[in-house]
Write a protein that binds this ligand. Structure first.
Ligand code: XMP
Length: 522
């Protein structure tokens, strides 16, 4: 459990909804400190120790009518704190508090719906219904059939007569729809009302987080402890490093393993920022040729990841040992990585890609982990980076995968292909910046395809490489939409790449969302 005990805390009990993380996002936007925990873990003792100021029950795929359906401990409703049940969470409330839920045979409702007011005004719905009705996003099979004692109905829809139910005296609220998704446009207002009526003051700010995090790092590392940190060039490890440096100064050593698979100018930018702005002890391990040699003949994406991961650990370990005597390893682990999610299928999820990190190092080297960003989402890390004074251009950079450009070159990775890709990628990113699109895009990059095509340039024939442009919008990288470039932008970019990058004579545009595609091609 987190140690952010000085903040008012909200507990989200997860019953396996696909969108539980979005609940936490909406709450964090309101500067409310919350944690998501799977229902199996939330026992009476857990509740007593966590001492939430309010509780949200997530949606989920189960039916309360099933044997062994997921339930919170009944003591939850004796805590005297506000509870908001969403979809399955609403049904759980009705079921446990004396109402009834029925199977939704034939009456399942998915997608957009409109709710209108019922019994009267409700604090939870303040600011709603100014236009008479509100759009909400429904996704449910079962439905409430009879209210629990003390509850009234405050909004209905044609297919959901109990769209919003509440017992305002006890501050128990249940909604049949998902207020956390964008398709419920005034959902954020509902959460705002909920946290206000629960008495939250919005004290979860980056300034407060930063001071607490520094105190925690000092307490964990002690007055003599030394930390090493692997810098990847990404925002997460950079922010972790700067934060730890503020806490323990020169007892932090960073190792930047330059695997030669970085974007144009990236290694220099990272090293420059750390050397010039922060004066953090930094080992710049220039190991490009070694990685490229190890990748010779490797074409399978997972084999590439494993090769890079193995070598990365070797190189990192050698330099870290040379730096001498660290007891701690810092990592930029984020909250989405540590949430113990409830799998809808009940089983382990399929591995699509084995993401590379410094896995294996802590045990192998006998190191303890320092993970100061474990409680944060990506955009919060960016806000923290700004609070720590990292340059805006650095903080706002698009995410970049650990194995770097190697997974943007389907087929074999060679020094020549890397150079071609780097140059095409730089043109694409320059175009995006010139057109003011950079911040509207989650990730944009070029993929160098393993095909050649015939072209005509001037009076001559060319037989050169083909590349694909990829740009997506996303909230967390789990799903993604294609960024809708204009035709003018695309043709200008294609022309520039072909004119400026000798060796590429054809440019294509990848218009696949995720799913069914993934963001990277490998
Ligand atoms: P995919 O391609 O799985 O990518 O849709 C989702 C996000 O993860 C990044 N990514 C990786 N990051 N090591 C990483 O550190 C990897 O092996 C890796 N593969 C994908 C990808 O860039 C996107 O942000």
């Amino acid at each position: 459990m987190s140690t952010s005990a000085s903040h008012d805390r909200l507990l989200v009990i997860d019953f396996g909804s696909q969108v539980t993380q979005l609940i936490a996002r909406r709450l964090r936007e309101l500067r409310v400190y919350c944690e998501i925990h799977p229902y199996q873990k939330v026992t009476d003792a857990f509740l007593a120790a966590f001492a939430p100021k309010a509780v949200v029950l997530s949606g989920g795929p189960a039916s309360v009518l099933d044997r062994g359906a997921p339930m919170p401990p009944p003591s939850l409703f004796a805590l005297g704190v506000p509870v908001l049940g969403i979809c399955y969470g609403q049904q759980v409330m009705m079921h446990l508090l004396g109402g009834t839920v029925e199977r939704g045979d034939g009456t399942a409702e998915f997608g957009r719906a409109y709710v209108t007011p019922a019994d009267g005004p409700l604090d939870l719905l303040e600011g709603w219904f100014e236009d008479g009705r509100e759009q909400v996003w429904m996704s449910h099979g079962d439905h409430v059939a009879r209210l629990a004692p003390g509850f009234g109905v405050y909004a209905t829809s044609p297919n959901a007569p109990f769209a919003v139910v509440a017992d305002p005296a006890r501050r128990f609220y249940g909604v049949q729809f998902h207020p956390e998704v964008h398709h419920t446009p005034r959902g954020a207002r509902l959460y705002e009302n909920f946290v206000r009526l629960a008495g939250f003051t919005g004290d979860w700010t980056m300034g407060a987080f930063r001071d607490e995090a520094i105190a925690k790092i000092r307490a964990q590392v002690g007055p003599e402890g030394r930390v090493i940190c692997g810098l990847s060039g990404g925002v997460d490890s950079s922010v972790a490093a700067v934060l730890i440096h503020e806490a323990i100064g020169d007892r932090l050593t960073c190792v930047f393993v330059d695997h030669g698979l970085m974007r144009q100018g990236e290694a220099a930018e990272v090293v420059g920022m750390f050397r010039e702005h922060y004066n953090i002890p930094l080992i710049h391990a220039e190991e490009g040729p070694r990685f490229v040699a190890a990748l010779r003949g490797v074409t399978d994406p997972e084999e590439k990841r494993k090769t890079i991961g193995r070598l990365f650990v070797e190189v990192f370990e050698a330099h870290a040992r040379a730096a001498g005597g660290a007891q701690f390893l810092a990592q930029g682990t984020l909250y989405p990585d540590v949430i113990e999610s409830v799998s809808a299928s009940g089983g382990p999820s399929v591995t699509i890609k084995s993401h590379h990190n410094v896995g294996g190092l802590p045990e192998k080297m006998g190191l303890k982990l320092v993970e100061p960003l474990r409680e944060l989402f990506k955009d919060e890390v960016r806000a923290l980076g700004r609070a720590l004074g990292l340059p805006a251009s650095f903080v706002g950079r698009h995410p970049f995968p650990g194995p770097g450009l190697a997974i943007r070159i389907p087929g074999e990775v060679t020094a020549e292909r890397l150079e071609l890709l780097r140059r095409a990628d730089a043109v694409f990113i320059d175009q995006i910046r010139r057109h003011g699109l950079y911040d509207a895009i989650w990730q944009a990059f070029v993929v160098l395809l393993p095909v050649r095509s015939v072209g005509v340039m001037g009076d001559g024939r060319s037989y050169d490489h083909v590349c694909a442009l990829r740009a997506v919008t996303s909230v967390d990288g789990m799903t993604a939409d294609v960024y809708p470039f204009s035709h003018d932008f695309l043709s200008e970019t294609a022309t520039r790449i072909i004119n400026e990058v000798r060796g590429i004579n054809r440019v294509t545009w990848d218009i696949t969302s995720k799913p069914p595609g993934t963001i990277e091609w490998e």
